[in-house]
Design a protein around this ligand. Structure first.
Ligand SMILES: C[S@@+](CC[C@H](N)C(=O)[O-])C[C@H]1O[C@@H](n2cnc3c(N)ncnc32)[C@H](O)[C@@H]1O
Length: 267
C-alpha cells in the first residue's frame, strides 16, 4: 500500500494566547520564549501539509499590557517561510456616534449605538480591547482569493459599472470584520471559542474548491469543523483535551445543540 501524503487547502485556527486562560488540560502559562518557540514549531510543521496555494488563517490577540505578542508570533511564521498576505482586524464590539452616521441611516436615531458584547478592562491606563487579529499567511504571498464571496453590497449603486472591476452589486469587504460575540446564558463548555462565522468567512475568502480539506490544529470544541459542515466541505482537527473533543463530536453529530448559534445571541 502506498503512503499518501496528506495536504490541506486551508488552516484556520486560534492557538492558546498564553494568558493563563483556564483550559481543562492545557496550561496556558508558558515562559514567553518557550511559547514563541512552540508556535514556531506549529508554523514549521504546517508548511509540510499546507498546499503551495494554501492559506493559513491565524487568529490571535495581545493584551493591553502585552500588545506586541501577536506580532512576535507573526514573526515566527515569517521565520519559517510564510508571507503575511493580509492582516484582518476582527472587531468584536463597536460604537457609532450619530455625528458620524448619514441621516438616512436608521442608527441616526440614537446618539450612540453600540453593537457586540462589551467586556470592560478595569484600568485607568488601558482602553478595553475590542479587536483581535486574523493573520492570513500564505507560502507565496500570491494566493488568489475569492473576495466577493465575503463581499458586501454597494451602498451607492451608481458604483456598479463605473469601475471595470465593479461588474456586480458586491464589493470587497476589506480587512475589518465585525463579528460580535454572542452573550451566552448557559454554561460555557470552553473558555475561548471563536464565533463559527469567523472560520466560515476565512474559508470562503480562501475560496471553496472541489474536494478541499480544512485543518484546525487547535480545534477546541470544533467551531472550524462546524463552519465546514455548514459549507459542505471536509475538515480535520486536533485537540489535546478529550472533554473538548467530546463536545466537538456531539455538536458535529447534532447530539448537542450547536454552541453559539444565532438563537443564543443577545446583544
Ligand atoms: C483558543 S482555543 C481554540 C478554540 C476553538 N477555536 C473553538 O472555537 O472551539 C485553543 C485550544 O488549543 C488546545 N490545545 C492546547 N495545546 C494543544 C496541542 N498541543 N494540540 C492540540 N490542541 C491543543 C486547548 O485545549 C484549547 O482548546
Amino acid at each position: 500500500m502506498r503512503n499518501e501524503q496528506l495536504f490541506v487547502d486551508t488552516i484556520v485556527t486560534s492557538p492558546p494566547y498564553n494568558i493563563n486562560k483556564e483550559y481543562g488540560v492545557y496550561r496556558d502559562n508558558k515562559e514567553r520564549n518557550d511559547y514563541l518557540s512552540w508556535l514556531g514549531l506549529v508554523a514549521q510543521a504546517s508548511t509540510s501539509i499546507l498546499k503551495e496555494d494554501g492559506s493559513f488563517f491565524l487568529n490571535i490577540a495581545g493584551r493591553p499590557i502585552d500588545p506586541t505578542l501577536p506580532f512576535h508570533v507573526a514573526n515566527r511564521f515569517l521565520d519559517f517561510g510564510y508571507t503575511l498576505q493580509n492582516t484582518i482586524h476582527w472587531i468584536k464590539s463597536i460604537s457609532f456616534d450619530r455625528d458620524d452616521i448619514g441621516k438616512n441611516n436608521e442608527l441616526y436615531e440614537n446618539e450612540t449605538t453600540s453593537i457586540g458584547h462589551f467586556k470592560p478592562i478595569i484600568s485607568d491606563r488601558y482602553l478595553s480591547d475590542l479587536q483581535e487579529y486574523i493573520f492570513h499567511f500564505s507560502k507565496t504571498g500570491n494566493v488568489k482569493l475569492d473576495k466577493l464571496s465575503v463581499g458586501v453590497k454597494y451602498q451607492d449603486k451608481s458604483n456598479i459599472g463605473r469601475w471595470k472591476s465593479a461588474t456586480q452589486d458586491k464589493r470587497d469587504r476589506g480587512n475589518v470584520w465585525f463579528i460580535p460575540y454572542p452573550t451566552i446564558q448557559k454554561e460555557r463548555p470552553h473558555p475561548a471559542v471563536f464565533p463559527i462565522k469567523l472560520p466560515e468567512r476565512c474559508i470562503k475568502l480562501h475560496g471553496i474548491k472541489r474536494n478541499m480539506l480544512v485543518y484546525d490544529p487547535f480545534m477546541g470544541i470544533g467551531s472550524t469543523a462546524l463552519a465546514c459542515l455548514r459549507l459542505g466541505i471536509d475538515y480535520i482537527g486536533t485537540e489535546i483535551d478529550p472533554q473538548y473533543i467530546k463536545v466537538a463530536e456531539d455538536q458535529i453529530s447534532g447530539k448537542m445543540q450547536t454552541y453559539l448559534t444565532r438563537n443564543d445571541i443577545e446583544y
